[in-house]
Design a protein around this ligand. Structure first.
Ligand code: UD1
Length: 420
């Protein structure tokens, strides 16, 4: 198993190019199940989660090619509609094939994704919405068995809770349904917006894109033609590099980024005394003499993203004062706290709230990555910590960060990937 050996403290400088968004690319790959043509996609992040979903599609009979962040996927000749446990268990987002497969074929089987490190993460809202659209759902032997022999029909859906993959799944299902579907309390994340825009540009009209209420004019199982397009930049990867600069008191430039997707993150950095400036595709972040404490509550977009919580927790541990971070989306998303404490961070947990007493120094230690974003928080803390930090179990990082250590080394970090 690989681990990262990180020498700190370090100072970063130069430019880093942000990759395509993993969380946009995953539903986009699932969306190709609705296409009658071979779909060409650029700016595809080269990360393990993407390879996993491509493998899932290949198992269904799709042909895929991946070369230098460019992917081509042809789902014309699928041979089966079963997403098996061996792949789904490694990545929850596999559930994204449920809506497209069901709407195209009228039946499918998808393994239940199960729990994960950050909480139970049910899919009840996906299933309830599909039932409203006429599907019969059975849970049998660990699989969701869904049927709708005459196709799905448009429905009026109100999500009890805002769900990102739930919204993407139902939008894709609705695209091939018969009649109009409305989704209230829909997710507004830029990744959901991109899925809607691609479907809309393919001739299935969607109104309300980017709002909490979507109306989709289903086209009754006629496959769509998807023109070539590029995956939006990864706002979470971008936010992570901004935190890397902030925690090391460095000035760097991010390229291939959308600052307008990062308003809440840039706002919190500003409150912490860290200045940024941006144009359409770049963000410059400036070194700050000290870091102000901050109060953060994670919520759905456009509020502060839960996927940036761990990184800001690392940053707050070097602030001049006490910060509070409240996690409102996932019940168990503070696994990084005990690992950050090993580096000397002074954090106390009270239910969903972390109180972080900032200090001047962190110290290198052995730490264990527990999930994707928690892992990146450990890397950030290690960049600022005095001495050597070994971050173990970095396979989590490889799931979602493209060439993380290569990019950081280019910025001046002292990181080596080693084998245990
Ligand atoms: C997506 C992101 C993930 C991010 C999360 C929240 C992808 C691939 N993953 O995950 O990185 O952290 O959004 O921004 O895009 N819920 C239910 N029932 C459901 C579905 C969700 O109760 O059927 C709950 C969840 O347990 C959670 C909340 O709703 O508390 C939000 O979850 P959701 O938006 O669905 O997260 P994901 O789409 O899985």
């Amino acid at each position: 198993m690989d681990y990262l050996e990180i020498h700190g403290p370090t100072s970063l400088s130069g430019e880093v190019k942000i990759s395509g968004a993993k969380n946009a690319a995953l539903p986009i790959i699932a969306l190709t199940l609705l296409a009658k043509n071979s779909v060409k996609i650029s700016n595809m992040p080269d990360v393990v989660d993407i390879k996993t979903l491509l493998k899932l599609l290949e198992n269904l009979g799709a042909t895929t090619s991946f070369d230098q962040n460019y992917v081509e996927i042809d789902t014309c000749c699928l041979t089966n509609t079963k997403a098996t446990y061996d792949i789904v268990k490694t990545m929850r987002a596999s559930i994204l094939v449920l809506g497209p497969l069901l709407s195209r074929f009228g039946h499918c089987e998808v393994s239940l994704p199960g729990g994960c490190a950050i909480g139970s993460r049910p899919i009840d809202l996906h299933l309830k919405a599909l039932e409203q659209m006429g599907a019969t759902i059975n849970i049998h032997a660990g699989y969701v068995q869904a049927t709708a022999p005459d196709g799905l029909v448009g429905a009026n859906i109100v999500f009890d809770k805002i769900t990102v993959t739930g919204t993407a799944n139902i939008v894709m299902a609705a695209a091939l349904a018969r009649g109009v579907t409305t989704i209230k309390n829909a997710a507004r994340e830029p990744e959901v917006v991109q899925i809607c825009e691609i479907i809309n540009a393919s001739g299935v009209k969607i109104e309300g894109i980017g709002t909490g209420e979507l109306t989709i004019q289903g086209n009754d199982r006629e496959l769509i033609n998807i023109e070539p397009f590029s995956v939006i930049p990864d706002r979470i990867e971008a936010g992570t590099y901004l935190c890397a600069a902030a925690i090391t008191n460095s000035s760097i430039k991010l390229t291939n980024v959308r600052a307008d997707h990062l308003d809440s993150v840039l706002g919190k950095l500003r409150e912490m005394g860290i200045e940024t400036s941006s144009d359409e595709t770049t963000i410059d972040i400036k070194a700050a003499d000290f870091i102000n404490p901050v109060k953060i509550i994670t919520q759905e977009y456009p509020a502060f993203p839960t996927d940036m919580q761990a990184q800001f927790l690392a940053l707050a541990s070097l602030a001049d004062g006490t910060s509070t971070i409240e996690e409102r989306l996932f019940e168990n998303r503070f696994m990084h706290v005990s690992e950050l404490q090993r580096l000397g961070a002074d954090i106390s947990l009270n239910g969903h709230v972390a109180n972080i007493k900032g200090s001047n120094e962190l110290f290198g230690a052995d730490v264990m990555a527990t999930d994707l974003r928690a892992s990146s928080a450990l890397v950030l803390a290690a960049l600022a910590a005095k001495g050597v930090t070994n971050v173990h179990r970095i396979y989590h990082l490889d799931r979602g960060y493209e060439k993380l250590e290569e990019k950081l080394v280019k910025l001046g970090a002292k990181i080596k990937r080693l084998s245990e």
